[in-house]
Design a protein around this ligand. Structure first.
Ligand SMILES: [Zn+2]
Length: 418
């Protein structure tokens, strides 16, 4: 746990949240270094417990930086040409949980009293004793504790403007559905409203374990996954996912589920929201989402723009043809085109920078058939492989579809043939 002596600005990633710019990020500052208190566990899904105890906890996050730029991926769920939702995903984003103090604290008093000499906390809102017997020493400070962690984070932003009660219902339904779809335990995935519980415009999902199971990334990698999650969410909310008809409740239940029940979107973790939950309020939206297709981009720009950038950098018509081939099948686009790898003194046609995994793609025209050229290609290939870069080579006239199948981890899975 860290402590700060000045209220931090609510720290949230500004690049993707234009609506929140007025809260613009300020670095957390005045970090206290000299006080030691008991260290709390890492951020986990049982944070809701703390909220029930009556503290105002806000979450901030920031996507990791690479080459000085925030690094995240964007995807758009679209139906009939219209955007249904936008997703932002970052590996190992920084999360802060900042505890601003008791919800029933006096106005203007943020944080908690801390005995700077001995590391004891001051009174709670009910006037209960400090956590030692003999009171606080003269040297007390008001501090705002926070924890910082790295998590794989996904932000879900519905295009439609949904009311807070709808967002609360949607958050619970999607969280349950992701858990079912990817066979996660309840405590492996956390979901929270952003920017706050009182003002719900986005849903932040994060994997509770450091490193995580990579589930949230798979939502972007597999173009069907989000729609399937929405179908599952409809099922969980007692609707037929195909027709949207109200089934009324869980199979065999004696009573109809009116707004919400423990079989759909109520759970012990979201008690604060119970009064607001209403499965009917999100039926329309979930049907839209279930009918949508996800267009994922490997970078911050939407897929269409990213593709146009790649096209511009192509060296040959054959390379452009390869990009179109990848795009038309809804496969993962490369992160870079004409990418220089100094160590191997080569510029690869396309490059996939997937964090831990990296791949180089060569699209070879007839010139590569030459024996001398082939020898050089082999040398470069060996060098790349020594760097841990996967090499995929697509020759002119070869069956590209067959080659792709050998690299599903990089390109994803092609659409089913109709
Ligand atoms: Zn129910």
């Amino acid at each position: 746990m860290f402590l700060i002596s000045a209220p931090p600005a609510f720290f949230i990633h500004k690049a993707i949240l234009p609506a929140l710019r007025r809260r613009g990020p300020t670095p957390v500052r005045d970090q206290l270094q000299s006080v030691s208190t008991r260290r709390r566990e890492k951020i986990s899904a049982d944070e809701e417990e703390r909220l029930r105890m009556g503290c105002e906890i806000k979450t901030g996050f920031r996507f990791p930086k690479r080459d000085g730029k925030p690094s995240y991926r964007t995807a758009t769920a679209r139906k009939d040409g219209a955007t249904v939702a936008t997703l932002f995903y970052g590996n190992a984003a920084t999360l802060w949980r900042i505890n601003f103090g008791w919800t029933r604290r006096k106005r203007g008093e943020q944080g908690f009293l801390l005995d700077m000499e001995r590391g004891y906390w001051g009174k709670g809102p009910e006037g209960d004793a400090p956590d030692n017997e003999d009171g606080l020493s003269a040297l007390v400070a008001r501090v705002i504790p926070f924890v910082e962690d790295r998590r794989n984070c996904l932000i879900f932003q519905p295009e439609a403007i949904l009311e807070d009660y709808q967002m609360a219902s949607l958050q619970s339904a999607l969280k349950n559905a992701v858990q079912v779809r990817f066979q996660l335990e309840e405590n492996e995935l956390a979901a929270e409203p952003l920017p706050s519980f009182m003002d719900r415009r986005m849903i932040l999902f994060y994997e509770s374990a450091e490193g995580g199971a990579g589930v949230l990334r798979r939502l972007l990698d597999d173009g069907r996954a989000l729609a399937e999650v929405a179908e599952e969410a409809l099922r969980i909310c007692h609707f037929d996912p195909a027709s949207g008809l109200d089934v009324g409740g869980p199979p065999g239940a004696a009573e109809k589920c009116e707004a919400a029940c423990y079989d759909c979107i109520m759970n012990y973790g979201n008690q604060k929201d119970h009064g607001a939950l209403d499965r009917h309020s999100i039926r329309e939206y979930l049907l839209e989402l279930a009918g949508s297709a996800l267009e994922a981009s490997p970078g911050e720009k939407p897929r269409g723009e990213h593709l146009a950038d790649l096209m511009k950098r192509c060296d040959s018509e054959l390379e452009r043809e390869w990009l179109r081939f990848i795009d038309e099948q809804g496969l993962n686009l490369p992160t870079h085109a004409q990418y220089l790898i100094r160590e191997c003194e080569t510029r690869v046609d396309f490059f996939y920078d997937l964090g831990a995994e990296k791949a180089a793609v060569f699209v070879d025209g007839p010139v590569h058939d030459d024996a001398g050229r082939r020898e050089r290609d082999r040398r470069v290939e060996g060098c790349l492989e020594d760097l841990g870069v996967v090499v995929a080579r697509f020759g002119h006239g070869e069956d590209w579809g067959r080659i792709l199948k050998g690299f599903c981890g990089i390109f994803g899975n092609a659409k089913e043939d109709n």
